[in-house]
Design a protein. Structure first.
Ligand code: TYD
Ligand code: MG
Length: 450
């Protein structure tokens, strides 16, 4: 590769021609011919920038632009960053292409140029998805193929602000003998694309399928190469999708974006607590609500249960969104400590939307939903609950409660049961510390007589 012959006098950023503004440090009219390329007697490969005192290196202001979605921006840490690479991983079919095609269109509508490079689908297929999500911007360009050098030429020709590669498993460079999707190809292509983003002015988004066990060329092998890693999760039957940030050089990790898959693409879920609450006005038996931490966010989630006398053999136990082993423990606690004879019942538990509750603080809601279904006595609709349940039926403290109390109050709940001693009363909500499952069960309403 011929060495670029111009360099920024401020930061040493090199370019093949004299640029008006340095893309790395943002200074104007700062390009001079790069007179003395460093020699490379040891054959290490030529360093991109000459060594200089750290104190003289100007800080480059990171240049961000919005993805057009509040939820995606939140997980990105405020938007796409020029010169950086983000990897978006997820199972096939979860909605990665949809998410990025929508973002690509919004960036283009805001005046940016976007290149959507795909080896997954034909341009006609991308156009079909584009029609569904209303992508019509003339600055959204799509190129298909599997050759990385071919894509590099497109990037050079259009000088985009955002480049999407869908997917990293379908591109290849001719120098590497193995097939696209192999570990060697995926690594080499990702390394080159990331390096090109670093020297260029565009933000790069790589899509990566989470591959099945046994295949190693999935997104995990690329996490160290890129600046940010986001995983899109959700299952095919439920409409909601969670986008989790697991690494972010430019923002905090643990951020979660929440979307709903609609007929017109992914829509931001602006008020997740409302989304994960079922909309029944009257209290029904078998429902309890808990404020759960999903990533860094507190979300109120409905836990629903159904019990029915088991016909024969081992009773069935099915859990969606709740750990099955945890459910078995809670059923044993209800049987032994609260005297509810659930051992002969089929028990089904599900969270609204199928959202996964991973914290022990969901125990109390699960136990109350099951007890409520079994006794056919509704749990008050104006009361939320949070607490871990010990094997003795005691309610144990579990993590900070203040945020949970606040979210319940914000959504209009009048009361919340928490592990003793509990936080001080929140504004506009009664905080009730409970010590045992029995105490919580006393709150069940009387059986309906209709
Ligand atoms: P896709 O983005 O192709 O998933 P991935 O790139 O992760 O493999 O989207 C997958 C599913 O989303 C597909 O089964 C259809 C559904 N979908 C909608 O429900 N609404 C839409 O507007 C679009 C574009 C897709
Ligand atoms: Mg796809």
């Amino acid at each position: 590769m011929p060495r670029p012959s111009f360099a920024c006098v401020h930061c040493g950023h090199s370019a093949p021609k004299r640029l008006g503004r340095c893309p790395a440090c943002g200074e104007w009219n700062c390009f001079e011919p790069d007179a003395a390329p460093p020699s490379d007697p040891a054959g290490w490969g030529v360093a991109r920038e000459r060594a200089r005192p750290l104190a003289e290196v100007p800080q480059s202001a990171e240049e961000r632009f919005s993805s057009g979605s509040l939820e995606l921006d939140r997980v990105l840490g405020g938007g796409f960053v020029r010169g950086s690479a983000v990897l978006v991983g997820g199972d096939p079919g979860v909605g990665k292409s949809t998410l990025l095609l929508q973002a690509a269109n919004r960036v283009a509508e805001a005046g940016g140029t976007v290149l959507y490079l795909t080896g997954e689908e034909s341009a006609a297929q991308v156009a079909m998805r584009g029609r569904r999500v209303g992508a019509r911007s003339p600055r959204l360009l799509v190129a298909t193929g599997t050759s990385l050098p071919g894509f590099a030429a497109e990037v050079a020709a259009h000088g985009p602000d955002l480049v999407v590669v869908d997917s990293i498993q379908t591109v290849a460079v001719p120098e590497v003998p193995s097939i696209p999707g192999s570990l060697a190809q995926v690594r080499e292509c990702a390394a080159r694309l990331t390096a090109a983003a670093k020297t260029g002015r565009h933000a790069l988004a790589l899509i990566g399928h989470v591959t099945k066990e046994g295949s190693v060329a999935g997104p995990r092998t690329l996490e160290h190469l890129v600046d940010a890693v986001l995983y899109l999760e959700g299952d095919r039957v439920q409409d909601y999708r969670l986008l989790r940030g697991v690494k972010n050089r430019f923002g905090s990790t643990g951020e979660v974006g929440i979307f709903e898959m609609t007929a017109g693409g992914l829509a931001d879920v602006g008020n997740p607590s409302r989304y994960f609450l079922s909309r029944t006005a009257n209290a029904l038996p078998g429902v309890a609500v808990t404020p759960a931490l999903v990533g860094t966010r507190t979300i109120l989630v409905d836990v629903q249960a159904l019990t029915a006398r088991s016909g024969f053999g081992t009773p069935a136990r099915r859990a969606t969104g709740v750990d099955a082993t945890r459910l078995a423990v809670l059923l044993a606690v209800l049987e032994k400590r609260a005297g509810l004879h659930v051992s002969g019942e089929d028990v089904f538990v599900a969270t609204a939307g199928g959202v996964r509750l991973e914290e022990p603080s969901a125990d109390l809601a699960v136990a109350l939903a099951v007890a409520s279904a079994f006794l056919d006595r509704p749990f008050p609709r104006d009361t939320a609950v949070a607490g871990e349940i010990g094997l003795g039926g005691e309610i144990r403290p579990c993590g900070p409660m203040e945020g949970r109390v606040e979210e319940a109050a914000r959504l209009g709940f009048r009361r919340i049961l928490v592990p003793a001693p509990g936080p001080r009363a929140g504004s506009g909500i009664e905080v009730v510390p409970v010590a045992t499952v029995d105490e919580a069960l006393e709150r069940l309403e009387p059986r309906r007589t209709e």
